[in-house]
Design a protein around this ligand. Sequence first.
Ligand code: TXA
Ligand code: MG
Length: 307
Amino acid sequence: MNDSINQAVTVLNAGGLVGLPTETVYGLAADAHSPSAIKKIFAAKGRPADHPLIVHIADISQLSDWARDVTPLAMQLARRYWPGPMTLILKKHLSVFDLITGGQDTVGIRLPAHPIAREVLQAFGRGVVAPSANRFGRISPTTAAAVFEELGNKVDLILDGGASEVGLESTIIDVTGQHAKILRPGMISAAQIEAFLASPLSKDIAPVKIRVSGSHDSHYAPVTLTRMVSASEMLALVAKANPSFGLLAFKSTPAPMPDDPQAYAHCLYQRLRALDKLNLSCIYIEDLPADVAWDAIRDRVYRASSQ
Ligand code: TXA
Ligand code: MG
């Protein structure tokens, strides 16, 4: 086994925290069977104790260790999208700690695709809880350096797996009801899931008790004031070229944003994080295309500009 994978397993077994690369964003990983390790996650992030954590597993066969009611709908989605950027919400197995679920009767489960995450999960052999490795309310890290910026030595080991390919957090799908329901949009879009299932998604309003990261508007926000502007407002800003503000525009800037949604999502958090370090008076983000392929990005950009 590779040295760094070995080290990660040692840290997890000792109840420590590992900065773990996944294809969505970097996670702050701990042994899901160790209450003291799980408590360290909440302390390191400054995260309220009632916000539930996602359990990461190495293989679909481990689903039933964590969920008590693995429905055909859940299996259908798991087989199609795992390993990958999707989290399923299922009825929790009775052995799952309240510390993980925030006292809810459901649990979030994901099987990530990043080769390093997979190797660690396989070598560790048990479930690992991993929220995004940022301080509460901040932008999720998509590089190892960003994890260090966020958490410094509150994390025992950070594995460097390069820049997260997807760049946005996983699509969260509640499969506890008859129809699948999206709780957090992600780069696996509602339209793709609907087409794959060939059945409509549930449009019910989520019960108030269910807490989803990002359901506070100000989640995923840079410290710098961030605002969305139309293409024409952006052109006026480019013309002013004032060095005290930052621009994320599709054209007319030295570093334009990609017009392909996958490429945009991949670099969005890295670009916001870089701008956030420059002490700017404002970050302006150009309005996004209306197409559904941009839904998850629009959701994050909206939140980033809701301080
Ligand atoms: O892509 C991702 O999902 C990343 C990587 C590291 O896997 N993880 C991530 O975790 O974004 P986190 O904790 O930052 O956001 C996941 C959110 C939680 O905050 C929580 O609100 C929601 O998922 N969640 C977890 N369990 C839930 C449950 N049982 N019911 C409703 N929402 C839940
Ligand atoms: Mg998060």
